[in-house]
Design a protein around this ligand. Structure first.
Ligand SMILES: Cc1ncc(COP(=O)(O)O)c(C=O)c1O
Length: 407
């Protein structure tokens, strides 16, 4: 820290300069990481909520009972969207993000397995599952067993069947997957889990605030939520397609009793009972309240309207890709996430060319190619993106780097 204070204008100017060196999060040139709604009214609402709740702490529900009720309403609204029948105890919690939601679910599943005498619990997850499952395995002493993918990059159910053992604590399914936008065969995987009397966790971190509204639009979406018997947990991020600022995800449990296994209680320290439902102690209330406000403000109709724009943009992109020689869409993406591969073109080179045109396109390693996660902010730019993909294909040279990072 500097010895002497600085003027706030100086500090802010310094920060603005630094921020402006990074990509513009509202510019529609980034894919994933941020999910701009493209709507000033939604962003203004979030700013107003933050002004009211900037310094609130969601740690202690007894001290801030109203905040606690708001949080429970966020859980209930999300659970209702995903067709969980109402429970009295609001089984689930708001966490800081998809990773924490997944960690909490895996912890609960480890405890479930332990209660049955399993000493070396395993997570059986599609090879496309998010690294958070591997992280959970690393943190909680669980082995990650990968389910190979079928020709459409969905978990192969027959392979899953051959990999379940008495040690399997939970089967994971994506709704939908990050690498390929693929919807796993959730009814089949959940049935397999039910046969073994084990948990089935659906990762709807991306799809949780997209698929219900696609269904609302009349699109045929395979069942994936609590309507599927055997699905026991769902992780769903409000800070992705729910458009909340970072720090908002929900982990839902079908069964109240298991949900309590993620809550940690401690009182042997001289300051009384300390209880937390997830990893964090003190935690920001603002993302929780912003989530509540966005859901109330948009309602199902508002979200459906936004999703319709997203799906239209995705459809236009997919149709355009079909007309470009040498590029293939990976598998059968269900939502606004398109992975591209090629047998003839160096798509990383195409990515370099797109980068020169200002698009920060992500890369996939398997299959090697490009990864585009669309947000509403991309809709008005979709023709420009398509034109730039065409030009980049026509003018690209060999890729400058083979590096693939999750970004
Ligand atoms: C399918 C899926 N699950 C989980 C996560 C983890 O979410 P977070 O980055 O909020 O921890 C992501 C993040 O992109 C994801 O795509």
């Amino acid at each position: 820290m500097d010895q002497h204070p600085r003027k706030s204008e100086d500090v802010l100017a310094d920060l603005k300069q630094r921020r402006d060196r990074d990509p513009d999060i509202h510019g529609g040139r980034l894919f994933g990481l941020v999910y701009p709604s493209g709507r000033d009214d939604i962003e203004q609402l979030i700013h107003d909520v933050y002004e009211q709740f900037l310094f609130h702490n969601a740690l202690n529900p007894l001290r801030f009972p109203e905040l606690n009720v708001i949080e429970r309403e966020v859980i209930e609204m999300t659970a209702t969207l995903l067709h969980r029948t109402p429970t009295e105890r609001h089984a689930g919690s708001v966490t800081s993000g998809g990773t924490e939601s997944i960690l909490m679910s895996m912890l609960v599943n480890r405890e479930r397995a332990r209660a049955k005498g399993v000493t070396e619990p395993e997570i059986l997850a599609p090879a496309s599952a998010h690294p958070a499952y591997a992280k959970a395995g690393h943190y909680f002493g669980m082995k990650l067993v990968q389910i190979p993918l079928d020709e459409n990059f969905r978990a192969d159910v027959a392979a899953a069947r051959s990999l379940v053992t008495a040690n399997t604590a939970v089967i994971v399914a994506n709704a939908y997957s990050y690498p390929h936008g693929a919807m796993d065969p959730i009814e089949d995987l959940a049935q397999l889990a039910a046969e073994w009397k084990i948990a089935c966790h659906v990762d709807a971190c991306i799809g949780g605030f997209v698929l219900p509204f696609m269904e609302e639009m009349g699109i045929d979406v395979p069942l994936w939520d609590f309507r599927v018997p055997g699905v026991t947990e769902i992780s769903v991020d409000i800070h992705k397609y729910g458009f909340a600022p970072k720090g908002s995800s929900v982990i839902l449990h079908r069964d109240d009793d298991w949900a309590w296994l993620q809550t940690y209680f401690y009182s042997e320290w001289g300051s009384g009972l300390y209880a937390t439902p997830a990893i964090a102690g003190a935690r920001a209330a603002a993302p929780v309240v912003a989530s509540w406000a966005i859901m109330k403000y948009l309602g199902v109709e508002g979200f459906t309207e936004i999703t319709a724009g997203l799906i239209e943009a995705t459809t236009r992109l997919l149709s355009a890709i079909e007309t470009i020689d040498g590029i293939d869409v990976v598998g059968k993406p269900i939502g606004p996430l398109v992975a591209l591969s090629s047998e003839t073109l160096d798509l990383f080179g195409v990515g370099d060319e797109l980068e020169k045109r200002g698009w920060h396109v992500n890369r996939n390693s398997d299959p090697r190619g490009l990864h585009l996660m669309l947000s509403p902010v991309h809709a008005p730019l979709i023709e420009e993106l398509i034109a730039d993909i065409r030009e980049s294909v026509a003018s690209h040279s060999a890729s400058t780097s083979d590096e693939v990072r999750y970004s």
